[in-house]
Design a protein. Structure first.
Length: 329
């Protein structure tokens, strides 16, 4: 009976169908993102660094212990990992679509804490980083300087200081990855022949560096309890960590039997350079640095893309006239 009513009145049925379509089209822009179904499985990424180790050492000392502990966490679908010759270890844990990403991250954090005792001290000193993300990048951009005005070392540190944190504050951005990154670092170059003549090894240099390049709390002079007549209390400020190459070159490595001092400059040199030269990125023949954006789970990729580009456009107004931002890397 109900169906016959619309069959006998085709014009009325057509008008009702058009109204339903129009109402749906109007409601689409106002539909909350939270109501959208999750299509991509959530991921938790565990990143760590073993400075100076090769891929095989990282695999056996860092990646395998972490994988063995994380494997089997609630809601996990599969796990994958990479170990690099630059000492980096990255483990990606992919969960079921229905798994809450916040709870999954907590579960992975608890598993990682169980494995910390099996990791080398160098890894524990630099820390194990756990982040939540969805697979793939929302977009990537390249930054380069025309006419070679700035090298990749300058561009990388400029992005790290002035751009990266600002883009990470954009709503929905999970992380900002810099490709071809060149963080400033003090590099010590040692001459093996000169070190052998003085009976020194790289371990001696490392121990001297740890002993003499420290931040010291020197205390105070005239702190209570005070003797009679004491009127002043002065904080002692000692020289902390070294900052200049000349200061590193004056580090004392050894004291000879006759009292002579062997300094770093006697067996090598120090220079301010990049922490890692393992990757090189160019664009159109220029030295460049890549910037990639990932989104948070549950964020709208279109909104993240639009807001992140707008933030980059606003930040580009403070760039030098020689620096350009390009899409498509």
């Amino acid at each position: 009976m109900f169906v016959d009513f619309f069959i006998r009145r085709p014009v009325f049925a057509t008008v009702c169908a058009l109204m339903i379509i129009l109402g749906g089209a109007i409601s689409i822009p106002s539909l909350p993102v939270a109501q959208f179904p999750n299509l991509a499985p959530p991921q938790v990424v565990v990143t760590s660094g073993y400075i100076g180790a090769n891929a095989q050492t990282v695999e056996s000392a860092v990646t395998i212990p972490l994988e063995q502990t994380i494997n089997g966490v609630q809601g996990m679908k599969y796990i994958s990992s990479t170990s690099g010759n630059d000492g980096t270890s990255q483990i990606t844990v992919t969960f079921d679509v229905s798994r809450d990403i916040d709870l999954a991250s907590v579960d992975v954090q608890n598993r990682v804490n169980q494995a910390l005792g099996r990791l080398p001290n160098e890894v524990k000193n630099t820390g194990v980083i756990i982040t939540k993300q969805l697979g793939g990048f929302v977009f990537a951009a390249g930054i380069y300087a025309e006419n070679g005005a700035y090298d990749s070392l300058f561009l990388s540190n400029y992005l790290d200081i002035y751009v990266k944190d600002a883009v990470k504050r954009v709503p929905g951005v999970g992380d900002v990855v810099i490709f071809g990154e060149r963080k400033y670092a003090m590099r010590l170059w040692l001459d093996p022949a000169r070190m052998a003549q003085r009976g020194l090894s790289a371990t001696n240099v490392l121990n001297a560096l740890q002993e003499q390049n420290v931040q010291v709390a020197a205390g105070q002079v005239g702190q209570a309890p005070l003797p009679a007549g004491q009127s002043f209390q002065i904080s002692v400020r000692a020289i902390g960590r070294l900052t200049e190459p000349s200061e590193f070159e004056n580090i004392v490595l050894k004291t000879g039997a006759n009292g002579t001092l062997v300094r770093l400059k006697d067996v090598g040199r120090a220079e301010l350079g990049a922490e890692d030269y393992g990757s090189i990125l160019t664009f159109d023949g220029h030295q460049a640095v890549g910037l990639a954006i990932t989104q948070l789970p549950g964020a709208n990729a279109l909104d993240v893309d639009r807001l992140a580009k707008a933030e980059l456009l606003a930040l580009s107004k403070t760039f030098s006239a020689w620096t350009k931002v390009c899409r498509g890397l």
